[in-house]
Design a protein around this ligand. Structure first.
Ligand SMILES: Cc1cc2nc3c(=O)[nH]c(=O)nc-3n(C[C@H](O)[C@H](O)[C@H](O)COP(=O)(O)OP(=O)(O)OC[C@H]3O[C@@H](n4cnc5c(N)ncnc54)[C@H](O)[C@@H]3O)c2cc1C
Length: 372
C-alpha cells in the first residue's frame, strides 16, 4: 500500500474556512489504529480515544473488555497487512481446541480450532505503536459531537477536563459498539442487536488447554465462554439486554459450579456492549464525510462475536478507498465493503447450526469434525 501513496495533502482552506485536519478518527481500537497507521503519512490526521493508549498504566480505569483471542480470520488479516504479532502480546497457553458445552442438550464435544491467545490491551497498544508520528494523538480524550461547517465538520471533544474543537474534512467513527457517531448519523438505520458482555477474571494456577464455549438458551441466545489467560481464568457471557442479565450471569456461574468448575479468587469484573448484526442491513458505513469502520459499522461476526478481523479489514478498505484522494472515497469504500456484507450474510446462515438447540444437537450428536 505504501508504494501507491498520493501526495501528502496539507490541510486546506475551503470556502474561507481553514481546516486543521483532513481526517479525524474517533477510536484507536484495531479499526481506528490500523486506519491511522495506513494513511497517517498521506493525510493530516487527528486520532482521539478516551483510553490512555499512549502510556502503559496497568491501573488505568478504561480498558477494552475482550476475550483476547486472535481467530484464524484475524490472523489472516494480520498477514495480509504485512504484520507479525510480537511475542510479548501473547499469553499462555496458545489454544488449538474449543470445548463446546451444550447445557440445553447436555452434550459436549471437542473441536480443533487455532487461536492466538493474547493480552488485548497490549495488542491495542502495539497497533497504536505502529502509527506514524505525524498523526496527532489525543488520548484520555472523549469525543462529544460535531457540527457541519463549510467544507467539512467541527468536532468537539473533552481533553484534560477542557472542551476543545477541531475542524476536519472527514470524520471516521471507529468508536466500537457504543458508537456515538453511529447514534448521531444512523438514526434511521436499524442498529444491530446490542448485547451486554459480562466477564470476570479469576485466579487460576492450572490453565485449561482449550477455550470453552457454552450454549444454554436459559442464559442467552448467544454464548458464554471460559478462556485461560496466564494465571487467570476468564468467565464471560454475551447476554440479552432485555433479560435480567445479572441474574442470567449468576445462573451461568451456578450451573458451571455444579458441573465441577472451581472459580478461584475474583480479580475483577468488566463489561462491554457487543453488536450482533443479525441482518445485513444493520451493517452501516455511514455517509460521505462521516464514515464508520469496525464494530461501529456493525462489522462483527454474528455467530462467534469475532470482531478483530472485521475491524482490520474495514479499516484497510477505507485506507485503500482514500488512496486516490478524498473526492469519491465514500463510493469506493461502499463498493469495497460488499464482501463484508456477503460475509455477514454467510455467517448468519451458519447461526442455526450453533444457536438452534435442535440443529445444534444434531450436529453435536453426529460428531462431524469433532476430535474423538
Ligand atoms: C467481552 C468481549 C469479548 C470479545 N472477544 C473477542 C475475541 O476474543 N476476539 C475477537 O476477534 N473479537 C472479540 N470481541 C469483539 C472485538 O473486541 C471488537 O469487535 C473489536 O474490538 C472491534 O474493534 P473496533 O476498533 O471497531 O472497536 P473497539 O475495539 O471497541 O475500539 C473502539 C475505541 O473507541 C474508543 N471510544 C469509544 N467511544 C469513544 C468516545 N466517545 N470518545 C473517544 N474514544 C471513544 C474506545 O475507547 C475504543 O478504544 C469481543 C468483544 C467483547 C465485548
Amino acid at each position: 500500500m505504501r508504494n501507491k501513496i498520493v501526495p501528502f495533502q496539507t490541510t486546506e482552506t475551503r470556502g474561507g474556512v481553514t481546516l486543521m485536519y483532513d481526517i479525524v478518527i474517533v477510536g484507536a481500537g484495531p479499526a481506528g489504529a490500523n486506519l491511522a497507521r495506513l494513511i497517517g503519512d498521506k493525510y493530516k490526521i487527528l486520532l482521539i480515544d478516551k483510553r490512555d493508549l499512549g502510556n502503559y498504566n496497568p491501573k488505568q480505569r478504561i480498558h477494552k473488555c475482550c476475550g483476547g483471542l486472535l481467530a484464524p480470520d484475524a490472523q489472516k488479516m494480520i498477514a495480509k497487512l504485512g504484520l507479525g504479532v510480537p511475542k510479548d502480546v501473547l499469553v499462555d497457553p496458545q489454544l488449538f481446541a474449543v470445548r463446546a458445552i451444550d447445557l440445553t442438550n447436555n452434550l459436549e464435544r471437542l473441536y480443533q480450532r487455532f487461536y492466538y491467545n493474547m493480552d488485548r490491551e497490549k495488542f491495542d497498544r502495539w497497533m497504536v505503536s505502529l502509527i506514524p508520528d505525524s498523526v496527532d494523538k489525543k488520548f484520555n480524550s472523549f469525543f462529544k459531537g460535531f457540527v457541519k461547517i463549510q467544507g467539512g465538520y467541527e468536532i468537539r471533544y473533552i481533553t484534560n477536563g477542557q472542551e476543545e474543537t477541531a475542524k476536519t474534512r472527514i470524520i471516521v467513527g471507529a468508536d466500537g459498539a457504543s458508537s456515538k457517531l453511529r447514534k448521531i448519523i444512523g438514526k434511521d438505520v436499524g442498529i444491530p442487536e446490542k448485547y451486554i458482555a459480562i466477564q470476570e477474571w479469576f485466579e487460576c494456577s492450572h490453565p485449561m488447554p482449550y477455550f470453552i464455549a457454552i450454549f444454554d438458551e436459559e442464559i442467552t441466545d448467544f454464548y458464554s465462554w471460559l478462556i485461560p489467560k496466564d494465571n487467570y481464568l476468564l468467565l464471560g457471557s454475551a447476554l440479552r439486554l432485555r433479560d435480567n442479565f445479572r441474574e442470567k450471569y449468576n445462573v451461568l456461574k451456578r450451573k458451571l459450579t455444579q458441573l465441577g468448575f472451581n472459580f478461584g479468587d475474583k480479580i475483577k469484573m468488566e463489561s462491554a456492549y457487543i453488536y450482533r448484526p443479525k441482518k445485513v442491513s444493520q451493517f452501516y458505513v455511514g455517509m460521505d464525510g462521516v464514515t464508520l469502520i469496525g464494530e461501529a459499522a456493525g462489522a462483527i461476526s454474528p455467530s462467534s462475536a469475532e470482531g478483530i478481523s472485521y475491524a482490520l479489514k474495514s479499516s484497510l478498505y477505507l485506507a485503500q478507498s482514500l488512496e486516490k484522494g478524498i473526492d469519491g472515497y465514500f463510493d469506493r469504500y461502499k463498493n469495497m465493503v460488499k464482501d463484508i456484507k456477503l460475509n455477514l450474510f454467510i455467517k448468519n446462515l451458519k447461526c442455526p447450526a450453533m444457536y438452534n438447540p435442535l440443529v445444534r444437537k444434531l450436529v453435536m450428536v453426529s460428531g462431524v469434525r469433532c476430535i474423538k
